[in-house]
Design a protein. Structure first.
Ligand SMILES: *[C@@H]1O[C@H](CO)[C@@H](O)[C@H](O)[C@H]1NC(C)=O
Ligand SMILES: *[C@@H]1O[C@H](CO)[C@@H](O)[C@H](O)[C@H]1NC(C)=O
Ligand SMILES: *[C@@H]1O[C@H](CO)[C@@H](O)[C@H](O)[C@H]1NC(C)=O
Length: 401
C-alpha cells in the first residue's frame, strides 16, 4: 500500500532519519479531536535503510537485509514505516467515506477572529482528498467546535506561534510523506475563485513542484508583480516589471522574484519539494523571511519551469495583521531591499518602519522579521562558505541528458 508509493531515493531517506525524533516531540502542544489519539499515531516512518547483517538461520538471502535503522530486532512485517493525519474511530469501521488516494494536506495557522474566513477556506478542501490541520496560535480551539468539519480535522494549539513554527514541528516530511501536495496557507485568503481539485490537476499537468494561486490584484494587497493574477491565463512562471515598484524584472531575468518564486502566504509544495523546503526552515527563525527567495533550491531542477503561479484558480489576499496572516508581510519598498541573500543589507534589522502606522506590537513583529531575515542570509552565506562539497545547482548549466 502506502509503502509502495514512496518514490524518494534511498539517499534522501537516510539523510532524513537522524532528524526525526525531535520533530515528533509533542510536549508543548496538545492535540484535540475525538478520535485522534497520540497512541494511535503509528510510528511508520521512512527511515534509513541499514544493511544489517542478520544471523542466517532461515535462508542465506537474509544475510544482508535492508531494514530501517532501529528496527533490526523486529520482524520485518510488523514494521510500519509511514504515518498519516487520518483520524481513527475508537471502535468499528472508519466513519469517513472511502478516502481517495493519494491524499493531500492543508495546514493553516488560525485565530478565532478569522473563523468565518477560515471556514470558507476549509470548505474548499474536500475532506475526501485532503487531510486538514488547523494550527491555533491563540489557543482557542473550542470556539471552532460548531463548524461541521471541526471534528474531522486535526487541531494543534500553541500560543503565539507562527505558521512556520508549526510546520517545522508538525509537518516533518516523514510524517507527511504520504501526501502528494502540501498546502501551507495563511488564514487571510479569500477563496471565492479557487477550486482545489482543478488547482491540483493544473499543477500536475504543468509539473509545478512549488506553486501558489495567483493573487487578484484588484482586490488585494499584492507584494510582487510575479504573483499577480494574469487574466485569461492558466499559469505563468515569470513577470516583467520594467518600472517597479519593487525589483525590476526583464524578459531574461532568471532570479526571484522575477521567476522561480512564490510568496509565503499560500505556497503549495509537492512531496519532494516539501522534503527539501522543510530542511531550510530554521527552528528559531519563526517568521521565515528570506525562505521564499531560496525556494528555487527545492524546485527539483529548473526553478523557472518547476515553480509557477496558477492564474485560473486565484485568491484574494486580505492582508490582515494576524499571526496566521500577513503580520510580517513585506511592503514594496522593503521588498526591494530584500533582494537576494547573497547581498547582506547593512542595518537590515533596523530598517525604518514605514508610515503605515501599525500598532507597536505589529512593529515589533516586523522588526523581528527583519532581524531574522538578516540572520537567515548570514546563515546561508556561512553554509555556502563552509560546505566545500556544495555546488550551487542553480549556477550550473544543465547537462544535456
Ligand atoms: C542508527 O541510529 C542511531 C541513532 O540515531 C545512530 O547513532 C546510528 O549511527 C544509526 N546507524 C546507522 C547505520 O545509520
Ligand atoms: C501573545 O502575544 C500577544 C501579542 O504579542 C500578547 O499580548 C500575549 O500576551 C501573548 N500571549 C502569551 C500567552 O504569551
Ligand atoms: C530553465 O527553463 C527556462 C525556461 O524554459 C530556460 O529559459 C532556461 O534556460 C532554463 N534554465 C536552465 C538553467 O536550464
Amino acid at each position: 500500500m502506502v509503502t509502495d508509493k514512496m518514490p524518494e531515493p534511498k539517499r534522501k531517506r537516510s539523510f532524513m532519519w537522524s532528524c526525526l525524533p525531535s520533530a515528533i516531540l509533542l510536549s508543548a502542544v496538545f492535540f484535540i479531536g475525538s478520535a485522534f489519539l497520540v497512541t494511535d499515531y503509528k510510528e511508520r516512518f521512512l527511515g534509513a535503510c541499514n544493511l544489517y547483517p542478520i544471523k542466517a538461520t532461515k535462508s542465506k538471502t537474509c544475510e544482508y537485509e535492508c531494514r530501517p535503522n532501529g528496527t533490526e530486532t523486529l520482524p520485518r512485517g510488523i514494521v510500519s514505516r509511514t504515518t498519516d493525519m487520518e483520524m481513527r474511530p475508537l471502535s468499528g469501521p472508519p466513519k469517513k467515506k472511502k478516502l481517495k488516494s493519494p491524499m493531500n494536506l492543508l495546514g493553516i495557522a488560525v485565530g478565532i477572529k478569522q473563523k468565518q474566513n477560515v471556514n470558507e477556506i476549509v470548505k474548499k478542501f474536500p475532506l475526501t482528498d485532503f487531510a486538514v490541520m488547523l494550527f491555533h496560535y491563540d489557543g482557542n480551539v473550542n470556539g471552532w467546535r460548531d463548524l461541521e468539519w471541526s471534528n474531522s480535522v486535526v487541531h494543534v494549539s500553541a500560543i503565539n506561534q507562527t505558521k512556520w513554527w508549526f510546520a517545522k514541528r508538525f509537518l516533518h516530511p516523514d510524517v507527511v510523506a504520504q501526501y502528494d501536495y502540501i498546502f501551507l496557507w495563511d488564514e487571510d485568503l479569500g477563496v471565492e475563485n479557487f477550486h482545489a481539485g482543478r488547482y491540483l490537476s493544473i499543477v500536475k499537468e504543468e509539473g509545478l513542484q512549488i506553486s501558489q494561486p495567483a493573487i487578484d490584484a484588484e482586490k488585494s494587497e499584492v507584494h510582487y508583480k510575479l504573483t499577480e493574477r494574469e487574466i485569461s491565463s492558466k499559469v505563468h512562471r515569470r513577470a516583467i516589471n520594467l518600472h517597479g515598484p519593487g525589483r525590476r524584472c526583464y524578459e531574461n531575468s532568471m532570479e526571484p522574484p522575477c521567476t522561480g518564486f512564490v510568496e509565503m502566504m499560500a505556497p503549495v509544495f509537492s512531496r519532494v519539494s516539501w522534503r527539501c523546503a522543510w530542511h531550510m526552515i530554521q527552528n528559531d527563525l519563526v517568521h521565515a523571511w528570506g525562505l521564499d527567495f531560496q525556494l528555487g533550491y527545492c524546485a527539483q531542477g529548473n526553478r523557472t519551469t518547476n515553480i509557477g503561479i496558477v492564474d485560473s484558480e486565484y485568491l484574494i489576499h486580505l492582508g490582515l495583521p494576524t499571526l496566521g496572516g500577513s503580520s510580517g508581510t513585506k511592503i514594496n519598498d522593503e521588498v526591494e531591499k530584500q533582494s537576494s541573500p547573497d547581498k547582506i543589507l547593512p542595518n537590515a534589522g533596523k530598517t525604518e518602519i514605514s508610515a503605515v502606522e501599525p500598532s507597536d506590537e505589529r512593529n515589533a513583529v516586523r522588526r523581528e522579521s527583519f532581524i531574522e531575515l538578516d540572520d537567515f542570509k548570514n546563515r546561508w552565506k556561512k553554509a555556502v562558505r563552509e560546505d566545500e562539497c556544495w555546488v550551487d545547482p542553480l549556477q550550473t548549466p544543465p547537462q544535456q541528458n
